[in-house]
Write a protein that binds this ligand. Structure first.
Ligand SMILES: Cc1cc2nc3c(=O)[nH]c(=O)nc-3n(C[C@H](O)[C@H](O)[C@H](O)COP(=O)(O)OP(=O)(O)OC[C@H]3O[C@@H](n4cnc5c(N)ncnc54)[C@H](O)[C@@H]3O)c2cc1C
Length: 389
């Protein structure tokens, strides 16, 4: 395991460090066996493996008498961040597989009925059901309150019509948490959330989307898609709030994933700097390299401090961590992009060869500056919090 000094920071309890070490060893032994030729199959395999090993149990709460399958009474943000950081350092798709189990089921954990929680969450925790979070639409991404997908109540059913796009796990998910307009009020106050099983008639995968760093992703189409009214999560009109609450839990963990990518890039850069000879010395002996390494290490620790402060604020202070999570997400994703770029530069031509770890990291990091609120959106959130006080 590379730099472990962060484990001694005051944000953590001793079990967090034990968990990080155990997961690191698990990644080293299990992840190389995953076949990445077929991204969908690799993702399914990863969800099953993470579930069998018990790691997905950190993505859902335990529930009464352990009925929801989680490891802890509440989702522990620090644990989720450590899991994502460690997985991302080893393998981006493994991080994605775990993150989506949490994000995709978060709305059920927060506001599902007892029946829905007992039906879905234990399967999510065991890796037997793949979850997805369907909020964005072709004309509603950053401005998500403008979403148009509709759900109208007909007797004891809701009927969904419209589309969702950029949906991670789209095409391989077993169920989707879908946010649709129910019209109780204009804008954000007229949206509700629903669980929709993937095989529900009227739900169709309209298009699979290929990404620069392959992950399962799709556009979904809903046409007269009828679901039981009991599949609504929370009260009618509360869907937007529920989406934001779910994102609030997991936003700091996007920062943690960026941190994992950046740490891996620094490790790769250090190895390269020590081993590459030029001008009669090692690349590491050149002061410009040392300056780069200093910048990279400082950016990583800064991002880590912001990330774990956000997670700790939520877990220990039990306070809303909107500002802290937004700062962490913005700073960690933006600085990881720079750290990875600097590491790639140390590899010269070898850095841009397909399949090289730094080349993969270069592609993996890019989307994190866009999804779950682009950097510009995080800036607005931080400013709003500052001006509020
Ligand atoms: C890999 C990936 C996975 C995703 N997974 C999911 C998922 O599982 N579920 C889901 O619901 N969605 C998902 N998304 C969607 C994601 O949340 C949206 O892409 C994101 O919110 C941006 O929306 P948009 O793409 O429509 O861009 P737009 O809203 O068109 O924004 C374009 C750009 O405008 C800029 N911008 C935004 N706001 C402002 C502002 N106020 N001022 C100035 N500039 C601004 C930003 O730079 C932004 O990148 C995913 C996206 C990607 C790329």
């Amino acid at each position: 395991m590379p730099d472990t000094s962060w484990m001694n920071w005051p944000f953590f309890e001793s079990w967090h460090a034990d968990m990080a070490r155990e997961l690191d060893a698990w990644c080293a032994s299990e992840l190389p066996g995953i076949d990445h030729h077929d991204t969908d199959a690799a993702c399914r395999q990863l969800v099953a493996a993470l579930g069998q090993a018990g790691w997905l149990r950190y993505c859902v709460p335990a529930g009464p008498g352990g009925a929801w399958g989680g490891k802890l009474p509440d989702v522990d943000s620090r644990a989720v961040c450590i899991l994502r950081e460690t997985l991302a350092r080893h393998e981006g798709l493994a991080d994605f597989a775990l993150a989506m189990q949490g994000l995709g089921s978060g709305a059920i954990s927060l506001m599902g009925s007892a029946e829905l929680r007992e039906r879905y969450l234990p399967r999510v925790a065991r890796g037997q059901a793949i979850a997805a979070f369907a909020l964005s639409e072709p004309d509603a991404g950053s401005d998500v309150a403008a979403l148009q997908c509709s759900a109208r109540l007909e007797g004891d059913s809701y009927v969904l019509d419209g589309s969702k796009t950029w949906i991670s796990n789209g095409g391989i998910a077993d169920f989707y948490c879908v946010f649709a307009r129910t019209g109780e009020a204009p804008g954000a106050r007229g949206i509700s959330a629903f669980v929709v099983d993937a095989d529900t008639p009227g739900l169709r995968i309209a298009e699979r989307i290929d990404l620069m760093a392959p992950h399962p992703l799709a556009t979904l189409s809903f046409e007269d898609c009828r679901i039981p009214a009991a599949h609504r999560l929370g009260e009618a009109g509360q869907g937007f709030k529920l989406a934001m609450m779910t994102l609030d839990i997991f936003r700091a963990s996007v920062a943690a994933a960026a941190l994992g990518f950046a740490r891996r890039a620094l490790d790769e850069g250090l190895q390269r700097a020590r081993s590459r000879r030029m001008f009669g010395q090692a690349l590491a002996d050149l002061q410009l390299t040392q300056a780069a390494l200093g910048d990279m290490a400082c950016a990583i620790d800064g991002a880590a401090l912001l990330t774990y402060r956000a997670a700790w604020t939520r877990d220990v202070r039990r306070e809303r961590s909107t500002r802290e999570a937004a700062m962490a997400k913005m700073a960690a994703t933006e600085s990881a992009q720079q750290v990875i770029d600097r590491a790639l530069q140390m590899f010269g031509g070898a850095g841009v060869v397909s399949g090289q770890p730094v080349e993969k990291l270069y592609r993996e990091i890019r989307a994190l500056r866009i999804y779950e609120g682009a950097t510009e959106v995080q800036k607005l959130i931080i400013a709003r919090e500052l001006l509020k006080n």
